[in-house]
Design a protein around this ligand. Structure first.
Ligand SMILES: Nc1ncnc2c1ncn2[C@@H]1O[C@H](COP(=O)(O)OP(=O)(O)OP(=O)(O)O)[C@@H](O)[C@H]1O
Length: 663
């Protein structure tokens, strides 16, 4: 079982004693004294299996303790030296350096704010420290005195993005349960998971809203839910990008109070923040101020005013020091002052302004304090649960979402119904009549167009909105991309088959196609393959491009497919230098498959009741004229299956590329 899970289950209770030296906060943020915290240890109860599992919900004096199911953490100290970050500005446009050899020290059990004006590089520094950005990063990040091993580091961290990337169609409780299932796995019992969820929701003030659909939550509640989801596996280090942006002062205080509680339990909480109020600013233990990618100040919040005095830039009386340092960082008082502060701070190297300098340990001291643990063989896969389990949970989540998003489901069914009825009325009884063979051929092409466009555009429009959530959840190790991709494929299959089936039944009956089961089967097989290929193409475009570009590109890419389908210009008449196009057009195989299903397989002579002369009364003649003679049906099926596999694999690699490229 993963170490994290074991700790969640209380096996790492040894850590408690050390972390208890810091004050522990109860639910109403009243600090419990040392005696109380010792009581916590005594209050450890035994679970059903007889193992020491969780401390009891209450301490001896009956206070409800926060996070009683999330054991305190052994503090982790982060240091970084000469960290630079460069981005490429494009072909032949050179590079831009965003962080310029910054240094810093973020001790454990502290709530740390990275501050600075817009564009100073706060989010970039957070991304670099969390390991979200790797390309273009130089310098060293140390964790407890040792060079950061990214895989081990990521196992103890979580990243909460500025925009709340949540599954908006699920309730708060459903979101929590899915996160618990993905992060804790089946080894942790349902009861234990429910206890953890209840505890977190209670402390975060979301318990009363557990049955609310996430999209109806307020901004502050969403932010707290984002934090709640990541707390389930009890991370030691939490990175939060602007957790207070967009919140009113009450919600800001709530969120920061909560972060403070988490820090007091031994976690290192690092967040970026724009311009906190004086009250909020005081809540932070340490502040790190950036200006144009350089460190202007690093130290305890209370030392900021003395520091400003020491560099002869005293903070005006009645001025919020947080506002004043941002004004300085913006260059309102001149760039020379910024440079003076950067120099004074040694670009983050100085630790003169930390609260208790004596407690700060050097790298070698840290290595001594935290001896190298025996390296347990850990796989490259950073997720906590098996892939089969992840797939099951993701399918469960997908089904809930599909049920909740009834409008989209109804829309899909409705569109298929209406188009089938419209085409049915337009080409009524065209299938058996020798004088209407060309009409029927047009109908087959229209059906092909419908299956392709309706399915592809739906995916192109909906998938990009999921990408943000996927990137966040994947980075926070909820699941592997493979499992996510497989779940998307499986969830959509029943609805695609259902829509395709009833569309085919309606159109087949209304347009009077031959009443032979095998022809119906052939017709349906081709329709389904076209639907699946179009969906895969939509996913590929959706994974790669945003909605606007995808909406443009989707239809544009289908034009060559249509050109080479053999509909306007027969395959025989295609110029030799363009013949290759017909081999890569899935619409060509689709059309050929349809035509073979309806007119191939030695179909008998057609009726000729509406006109005295029916040119295509003999199906073989028609097949020969449109250059689709010979029984090609199975070749078409094989070609479509091959294309389906190819596009699905391509889509998976696009998704992977997207995930990697944003880092
Ligand atoms: N991929 C990129 N290409 C070019 N410039 C970039 C890129 N990423 C970031 N930057 C630039 O780097 C600087 C720092 O960006 P960052 O998002 O870290 O700022 P920030 O301090 O978090 O700002 P805000 O508070 O407004 O979010 C900005 O000037 C931004 O334009």
């Amino acid at each position: 079982m993963d170490i994290l899970q074991q700790e969640v289950r209380g096996i790492a209770l040894a850590n408690l004693s050390e972390a208890h030296s810091a004050p522990v906060y109860n639910q109403t943020t009243v600090p419990l004294n040392r005696k109380d915290s010792r009581n916590m240890e005594q209050a450890v109860i035994r679970n059903n299996t007889g193992n020491n599992a969780y401390p009891s919900n209450h301490d001896i004096e009956g206070h409800v303790r926060p996070f009683q199911n999330l054991p305190a953490r052994e503090p982790v100290d982060i240091q970084f030296k000469d960290v630079s970050y460069c981005v490429s500005l494009g072909f032949r446009k050179g590079q831009k350096e965003i962080l310029h050899k910054v240094n810093g020290k973020f001790p454990g059990s502290q709530l740390i704010a990275i501050m600075g004006p817009s564009g100073a590089g706060k989010s970039t520094l957070l991304d670099v420290l969390s390991g979200y950005r790797r390309t273009g990063v130089e310098g060293a990040v140390y964790v407890n005195g040792r060079i950061r091993n990214l895989n081990s580091f990521r196992r103890m961290t979580c990243y909460i993005t500025q925009d709340d990337r949540l599954q908006t169609l699920l309730t708060v409780l459903e979101n929590m349960r899915i996160a618990a299932d993905l992060k804790l796995g089946p080894e942790v019992s349902r009861h234990e998971k429910e206890s953890i969820i209840e505890d977190i929701l209670t402390v975060l003030g979301l318990y009363e809203h557990q049955f609310t659909i996430t999209k109806r939550l307020s901004g502050g509640q969403r932010k707290r839910l984002s934090i709640a989801l990541e707390l389930i596996n009890n991370p030691t280090i939490m990175f939060l990008d602007e957790p207070t942006t967009g919140l009113d002062s009450f919600s800001c205080n709530q969120v920061v109070d909560l972060l403070k509680q988490l820090a007091k339990q031994g976690r290192t909480i690092i967040c970026t923040i724009h311009q906190p109020s004086a009250k909020l600013f005081q809540e932070f233990d340490q502040v790190y101020v950036l200006s144009n990618g350089e460190c202007m100040y690093q130290g305890c919040t209370n030392s900021l005013v003395p520091f400003l005095q020491s560099v002869e830039m005293p903070c005006p009386v009645y001025h919020n020091p947080a506002d004043y340092i941002i004004e300085l960082a913006c260059g309102e008082y001149g760039d020379e002052r910024i440079q003076r502060m950067v120099m004074e701070m040694g670009n983050g190297e100085s630790t003169d302004w930390f609260s208790d300098k004596r407690k700060l340990l050097k790298l070698e001291q840290l290595r001594k304090k935290y001896p190298l643990k025996k390296i347990i063989e850990q796989s490259e896969d950073l997720t906590s649960t098996s892939q089969v389990h992840q797939l099951q949970v993701l399918i469960k989540r997908g089904i809930i979402k599909a049920k909740r998003d009834a409008t989209l489901t109804h829309l899909r069914i409705g569109v298929n119904l209406i188009i089938a009825a419209m085409l049915g009325f337009l080409f009524i009884d065209a299938g058996n009549e020798g004088s209407r063979v060309l009409d029927n051929y047009n109908l087959l092409f229209s059906i092909l167009m419908h299956h392709m466009m309706a399915t592809m555009m739906l995916t192109v429009l909906t998938f990009p909105t999921e990408m943000g959530v996927i990137l966040k959840e994947h980075f926070n190790r909820w699941y592997t991309l493979k499992c996510y991709y497989l779940s998307v494929t499986i969830i959509d299959l029943p609805l695609s088959i259902f829509c395709c089936l009833f569309f085919t039944v309606i159109i087949y009956l209304m347009s009077g196609q031959p009443m032979e089961w095998f022809r119906f089967g052939m017709f349906f097989t081709i329709s389904l393959l076209i639907v699946l290929i179009a969906q895969s193409l939509g996913l590929t475009i959706g994974a790669w491009f945003n909605v606007v570009n995808g909406t443009f590109l989707g239809p544009v890419l289908t034009i060559p497919m249509m050109m080479f389908a053999g509909f306007g210009v027969t395959l025989r008449d295609l110029p030799s230098y363009l013949k290759w196009g017909s081999h890569i057009s899935y619409l060509r195989y689709g059309l050929e498959g349809y035509v073979n299903a309806i007119y191939g397989e030695n179909r008998e002579t057609l009726d000729c009741e509406l006109k005295p002369y029916c040119h295509y009364r003999y199906p073989a003649k028609f097949l020969s004229e449109i250059s689709m003679e010979g029984n090609q049906f199975w070749n078409d099926v094989y070609a479509l299956c091959g294309m389906l596999v190819f596009v699905r694999v391509l889509c998976y690699f696009c998704l992977r590329w997207k995930v990697v490229s944003v880092r």
